[in-house]
Design a protein around this ligand. Structure first.
Ligand SMILES: [Zn+2]
Length: 265
């Protein structure tokens, strides 16, 4: 794979180029787009609109926090979209031999392996999707935590997690697993999906909406709420389009999605 050098401030200033799909002549991945210079790649079997929507979600999550963008750039973070018929350990070279967790086809990037994997069927809301909730937000939240890492964030999350543990503030069992899942689930809850989507975690039963919203997070765990607010720098008045609703009349082409997404925010 070729190395590409970016002039970061210029790329940060230029949002218009984000999320357009190109088809480079690379050995393995044949589709690529960028968000502030951070690549999102896939093989040719993946629908380009899955790449474009992941890109718009990522742009939404990081665009207001330049520190996160710069850290993701300089630590060579990359996103791979896993095709609906592909296997993580077999078809993503960056995870060859990886022992996957039973419940997930997604992985969040870390400093050690800054590659985040998002499953296509979840992005496109296909019926074969077996995973609960929004895996795009979940895995990208891990990448923001562990690769984008604004100064002091690791310590703040660890402290807030210990506080939640002490006072039993976890809204989901999965959030209690460790500080990483605690933060990722916090981001999902903060972004306040519809009742059909807000179950957002790996708690059982998967198919029953738990109806936990941003207000619950605000009332229940104010530390985590403020932490997510300060990382994403989101003010009131915005809302993230629901991925399943975007496709309800069929999967639109990637350029239409990119052109219309911001008007839906
Ligand atoms: Zn996770």
């Amino acid at each position: 794979m070729k190395f590409i050098f970016f002039f970061f401030p210029l790329i940060f200033a230029n949002n218009e180029e984000n999320c357009r799909i190109a088809n480079p002549d690379w050995d393995y991945y044949s589709q690529v787009t960028h968000v502030f210079g951070i690549p999102i790649v896939a093989t040719r079997e993946v629908h380009p609109s899955a790449i474009a929507l992941t890109c718009k979600y990522f742009e939404f999550l990081i665009k207001d926090n330049q520190e996160i963008v710069r850290n993701l750039q300089r630590r060579n973070h990359k996103v791979v979209i896993l095709g609906r018929r592909q296997e993580l350990a077999r078809d993503v070279p960056e995870y060859h031999g990886y022992e996957k967790k039973l419940h997930s086809r997604g992985v969040g990037g870390t400093r050690h392996n800054p590659v985040t994997v998002i499953p296509e069927e979840n992005v496109l809301c296909l019926k074969e999707d077996k995973q609960p909730g929004d895996i795009i937000l979940h895995e990208l939240a891990h990448a923001i935590h562990l690769v984008g890492t604004p100064r002091g964030l690791l310590q703040k999350i660890a402290r807030s997690y210990r506080h939640a543990e002490r006072y039993n503030l976890f809204l989901y069992n999965y959030a209690a697993e460790d500080p990483r899942e605690y933060f990722a689930v916090g981001v999902q809850t903060f972004l306040n999906k519809s009742p059909a989507e807000n179950y957002a975690t790996f708690d059982q039963p998967h198919r029953r909406p738990l109806r936990i919203t941003r207000d619950h997070l605000f009332r229940n765990d104010r530390h985590l709420y403020s932490l997510v607010e300060n990382v994403l720098l989101k003010k009131e008045g915005w809302k993230l389009p629901k991925r399943c609703e975007l496709w309800k009349n069929g999967i639109m082409d990637p350029n239409t999605l990119v052109d219309s997404f911001d008007q839906l925010l």
